[in-house]
Design a protein around this ligand. Structure first.
Ligand code: GLA
Length: 393
């Protein structure tokens, strides 16, 4: 079993030393010890954009890899190129191996992985801890085939597995996901393990030693209301997250066009405040400059990727005016003021409310980059559905 008490003790010691344990009651989890996702994973996944449409193919994936490099997104931290459902043929071959869809991937999956690796990026694949995947066409799932599938993926150069929950035959989730954890470990290849069981069996209570992240809710879609409801569910689970084992509120919709840029900035900021995996799900080959400005905001990404690995928690949320606090490794504190409501509102908090010592502190607005100072009050006029986020030094 790839888990170590030492890793967990080190993590707990770091939290105690920083005073965080007392503040947020972090759970001393026995983290999966594959050395991966010490900060939340960042990259691209096609699902929110293509689902199983015919545009999901080799040329598309190569184009995404090229664009991650050419737009600077790779340098901003997005390193995984992940393929979701519908990459396989509907049947295994005579030896029981999964077979790549010949139309979408005529040169196979390894050729695509090699291309992605040649760009200095990492490569991810998808399957389900069931007899079939989630798409109604029903591609073969991994249940009962864990060792064979993991070995095949490792031979292709897979660096990341998203493992879904469809067609699970009612079998115990922890057993199903643990079987694949052990199969991945047995390959000897470091493979980031992303559990996708939609929060159905409260994975936050058992999956820290099984996977590197676990979905906490059903699927996101490109709407403010769905993004908001997922935020409200995921923000409550902060004590279960930490380096190597993260809550996953699902992939980003930034750039898909049905939310405003103000709403996408909120989506991105809230995900970063929650130490969420940041997986781009829009067509970056055609991204607007507004979309790229959001996805490349290094100051907001730094909150997500902060080495302390403490998920932000809500200080207050009265009347849809949310104050979220995230302590950072260098002693700074991030504070986000999120206006859930349909009209502009003033949102206020104080240094003491966010746990910062008295004295004069400087504030940087991480979207406008404006700097200011405060001896106590922190507030902003926040537009409808908008978020202002400060780094307090
Ligand atoms: C489920 C998952 C999604 C996506 C689809 C693919 O709905 O939650 O993220 O992977 O399956 O079919």
């Amino acid at each position: 079993m790839r888990r170590t008490v030492l890793t967990a003790l080190a993590a707990v010691a770091a939290l105690v030393g920083s005073g965080v344990l007392g503040a947020t009651a972090a759970t001393p989890a026995l983290a999966l010890d594959n050395g991966l996702a010490l900060t939340p994973q960042m990259g691209f996944n096609n699902w929110n954009l293509t689902q199983c449409g015919s545009q999901f193919n080799e040329a598309f994936v190569k184009g995404i890899a090229d664009t991650l490099v050419s737009t600077g997104l790779k340098d901003a931290g997005y390193q995984y190129v992940n393929l979701d459902d519908c990459w396989a043929q509907s049947s295994r071959d005579a030896s029981g191996n999964l077979v790549p869809d010949k139309t979408r991937f005529p040169h196979g999956i390894k050729a695509v992985a090699d291309y992605v690796h040649s760009k200095g990026l990492k490569f991810g694949l998808y399957s389900s801890a069931g007899t079939k995947t989630c798409n109604k066409a029903g591609f073969p799932g991994g249940l009962g085939h864990e060792k064979q599938d993991a070995a095949l993926w490792a031979s292709w150069g897979v660096d990341y597995l998203k493992y879904d929950n469809c067609n699970n035959q009612g079998q115990d989730a922890k057993k199903r996901y643990t079987a694949m954890r052990d199969a991945l470990a047995a390959t000897g290849r470091p493979i980031l393990y992303s559990i996708c069981e939609w929060g159905q069996n409260q994975p936050w209570t058992w999956a820290a030693s099984v996977g590197n992240s676990w979905r906490t809710t059903g699927d996101i879609n490109d709407s403010y209301s769905k993004m908001l409801s997922i935020y409200k569910a995921n923000i409550k689970l902060g004590k279960y997250a930490g380096p190597g084992h993260w809550n996953d509120p699902d992939m980003l919709e930034v750039g898909n066009g049905k939310m405003s840029d103000t709403e996408y900035r909120s989506h991105f900021t809230l995900w970063a405040m929650m130490s969420a995996p940041l997986l781009i799900g829009s067509d970056i080959r055609k991204a607007s400059s507004a979309t790229l400005t959001i996805l490349r905001n290094a100051d907001v990404i730094a909150l997500d990727q902060d080495a302390k690995g403490v998920q932000g928690n809500e200080i207050s949320a009265a009347n849809g005016l949310h104050v979220i606090r995230k302590p950072l490794a260098d002693g700074d504190t991030a504070v986000a003021l999120f206006n859930e409501t349909g009209s502009t509102a003033k949102i206020s908090t104080t240094l003491s409310a966010i746990g910062v010592s008295a004295g004069t502190h400087s504030l940087t607005d991480l979207w406008s980059k404006a700097k200011s100072t405060t001896t106590g009050p922190i507030s902003a006029s926040v537009p409808a559905h908008g978020t202002v986020v400060y780094r307090v030094h």
